[in-house]
Design a binder for this molecule. Structure first.
Ligand code: TXA
Ligand code: MG
Length: 355
């Protein structure tokens, strides 16, 4: 694959409360001309292109090194924008949109003819999301209203949660990076397929199964997401790839917390004695108990959202520290914890030790 690495990437800082119109308009112009602009959302940074311009959307695949059968999410800024890109919006989808948009939720709907197949990876359905981020929505509007935006990382690397992560993957490959500071949530949106009955969660995120069921009744979860041995391909094409991967071999250790700490200490000591660089992912509750390795605190067990917001950043830090082995505690798979465990297990290539 060829990359345009000679490109000069403009990096602009922008503040949510005092938004610089000139910067927004510059980003909008680039998008309208078919260029690529990375921008913050509440989940992770996105790499934007005009979703209705097939050539522009194709540039995303080249910049990310992404397989072209992996469809893109179309981001909108206003509810009125939905009709043009969808064939129909079922009543339940309308309800979900009213309750969770703008927010960390993507819906799969039947696409209209306006959406090129280059955006949907050849599928007849389209993924749509309205992000809960003022800067993102302003850029979407300025760029014509329909912006395809995957996470702004090189394919296979952890998703970017700050502009520096985007720059390290994308500088020289895209036209512009909008730096709006660190994101809030830190894991990608929940994906809900509304073209099947009952609706099915294809990727867990901050909007949970429980929250959706309370609103629209029964919701299924794609079994392949939780069963590591499943032979079936996940329904969201992107979920089959070994994503979010750090360079080191990552192992998740699950069990009673005292036993987990002991086992991680044992493994870290063994690897260090053999001359390897070891990283440890602990929590506020446990970091004081580790005795070897490069220890990082991911957040607190009393609030799983702190763990979600630091996960990708920590995996990237271990990459720059040159870690060869990373041992992580497992976390409760409840609420946003199910999104955390889904991403962590994928990053670990499903290497889990039970103690
Ligand atoms: O939070 C997010 O959703 C972020 C921010 C930037 O908005 N975006 C994001 O995009 O995570 P991406 O491209 O990294 O992940 C999109 C996922 C992929 O797994 C893809 O296969 C799936 O959505 N997807 C997209 N269109 C689909 C469709 N029509 N049917 C099934 N899955 C689809
Ligand atoms: Mg991604």
């Amino acid at each position: 694959m060829c990359y345009n690495t000679g490109m000069k990437t403009i990096i602009e800082q922008i503040n949510k409360t005092h938004m610089n119109r000139d910067v927004i308009e510059k980003a909008g112009d680039i998008l309208k001309k078919g260029g690529l602009v990375a921008f913050p959302t509440e989940t992770v940074y996105g790499l934007g292109a005009d979703a209705l311009n097939e050539e522009a959307a194709q540039k995303i695949y080249a910049a990310k090194g992404r397989p072209s059968d992996n469809p893109l999410i179309v981001h909108i800024a206003d509810m009125e924008a939905l009709d043009r890109i969808t064939k129909e919006v079922p009543e339940a989808a309308q309800k979900v949109a009213e309750a969770f948009w703008p927010g960390p939720l993507t819906m799969i709907l039947k696409k209209s003819r306006e959406v090129p197949k280059g955006t949907t990876g050849g599928l007849d359905t389209v993924a749509v999301r309205m992000p809960d981020h003022e800067i993102a929505r302003e850029i979407i509007r300025a760029g014509g209203g329909y912006i395809a935006a995957p996470s702004a990382n090189t394919s296979g690397r952890p998703s970017p949660t700050e502009a520096g992560h985007v720059a390290s993957d994308m500088e020289g490959r895209i036209d512009m990076i909008i730096d709006g500071g660190a994101v809030e949530i830190g894991v990608e949106s929940t994906i809900l397929d509304m073209t099947v009955m009952p609706p099915m969660i294809l990727r867990p995120g901050a909007v949970t199964e429980e929250m959706l069921e309370e609103l629209i009744g029964e919701v299924e979860v794609d079994k392949t997401l939780i069963d590591p041995d499943s032979k079936k391909a996940p329904k969201a094409p992107g979920m089959k790839y070994r994503h979010y991967a750090p360079k080191a071999e990552l192992v998740v250790v699950d069990g009673r917390i005292e036993a987990v700490v002991d086992e991680i200490n044992r493994l870290a000591k063994e690897k260090e004695e053999a001359g390897s660089k070891v990283g440890i992912i602990g929590t506020q509750e446990t970091v004081g108990r580790y005795k070897a390795g490069n220890i990082k605190c991911i957040g607190t067990r009393t609030d799983e959202s702190t763990i979600a917001s630091h996960l990708y950043g920590i995996l990237r830090e271990f990459d720059s520290d040159g870690a060869e082995f990373i041992y992580s505690e497992a976390f409760a798979a409840e609420g946003i914890g199910s999104a955390v465990m889904n991403r962590l297990l994928k990053a670990a290539g499903h290497r889990v030790m039970h103690v």
